[in-house]
Design a protein around this ligand. Structure first.
Ligand SMILES: Cc1ncc(C[n+]2csc(CCOP(=O)(O)OP(=O)(O)O)c2C)c(N)n1
Ligand code: SF4
Ligand SMILES: [Mg+2]
Length: 278
């Protein structure tokens, strides 16, 4: 308990910005806990962290934490973060986005940040829906599910966010859930220490919008759904594809050495100035 109190006092703007906007039981709070623990155990100085977000329930997160924070426009968090990183490469830049923020309006920024391998950590809270604006479907809403803009059934198929990041070229990609909170701590730490574009997809729940419309029960029942449908990378390797049909994989999906954009760009800058020869 003393440890939690210490973290609250050190990292939350508890005396200025609370109460927060999140519904009781929302998974974003669990993700925030994991984020703070991972930053604390990584030993970063608070002033060396920049936390950037767009707009949404997830996007609200930087308001509540005592780092350098930017609450920017919907879908554009990665563009702000890229500018910060290129101007101040010594800073640790972390971007938190909702599924809509990251892969609907921000989808192009997301795939190109991964392709360029910019040294940023992206955390995407995937609750399958636009939570903040009333539960409209997003590109992460699975086929057949109800939302306020697909009251009968969603006829589109969902992007698998972590797999999209792997294909787009990210150096590190992990997926966890808010049920598996300890796994989130370790995925965040690994992502922070990776040079290049690192991504952690966090499967979460929006029980007040998506869960209610799809009769998925309380926040706790939605977390039990996460527990029952998640399969570790190691276990998935032993399973047949039909056994994995209604499951998703958690753990480290990719961890590869790729030169970060900043290093490549610095080389070109030195060639152009005649400091180094090509
Ligand atoms: C340019 C622009 N388009 C649309 C909106 C409205 N808007 C705000 S948040 C949001 C979606 C939020 O969903 P998501 O990113 O999944 O975050 P969540 O609330 O689920 O955490 C939308 C469409 C906006 N603020 N700005
Ligand atoms: S609307 Fe959904 S995502 Fe937003 S705070 Fe409530 S439960 Fe969380
Ligand atoms: Mg969402």
């Amino acid at each position: 308990m003393a440890e939690i109190t210490k973290l609250i006092h050190k990292y939350l703007r508890h005396d200025k910005k609370f109460p927060h906007v999140w519904c009781p039981g929302c998974g974003i709070g669990i993700m925030l806990g994991a984020l703070i623990r991972a930053i604390d155990s990584s030993g970063y100085d608070k002033d060396d962290i920049v936390l950037v977000s767009g707009i949404g329930c997830t996007g609200r997160l930087p308001v509540y934490v005592d780092f350098n924070t930017l609450h920017t426009t919907h879908g554009r968090a990665l563009t702000f973060a890229t500018g910060i990183k290129l101007a101040k490469p010594r800073l640790k830049v972390i971007v938190v986005m909702g599924d809509g923020d990251a892969i609907a309006i921000g989808g192009n920024h997301f795939i190109h940040a991964a392709r360029r391998n910019i040294d940023l950590t992206s955390i995407i809270v995937n609750n399958s829906v636009y939570g903040m604006t009333g539960g409209q479907y997003s590109p992460a809403t699975p086929y057949g599910m109800k939302t306020t803009t697909s009251m009968y059934s969603n006829v589109e198929h969902d992007f698998k966010i972590a797999e999209l990041a792997v294909t787009a070229g990210a150096a590190f990609v992990g997926r966890g859930t808010v049920y598996h909170a300890k796994l989130l701590d370790s995925l965040f730490e690994k992502a922070f220490h990776k040079a290049g574009f690192s991504v952690v997809e966090v499967i979460s729940h929006c029980h007040t919008q998506y869960g209610r419309l799809n009769r998925m029960g309380s926040a706790v029942e939605m977390m039990e759904w996460q527990r029952d449908h998640a399969v570790t990378v190691e276990k998935a390797r032993q399973m047949k594809s039909d056994e994995l049909q209604d499951k998703f994989v958690i753990g480290v999906l990719v961890d590869r050495e790729l030169p970060p954009y900043e290093e490549e760009y610095e080389k070109v800058r030195k060639w152009a100035k005649g400091v180094d020869k090509k």
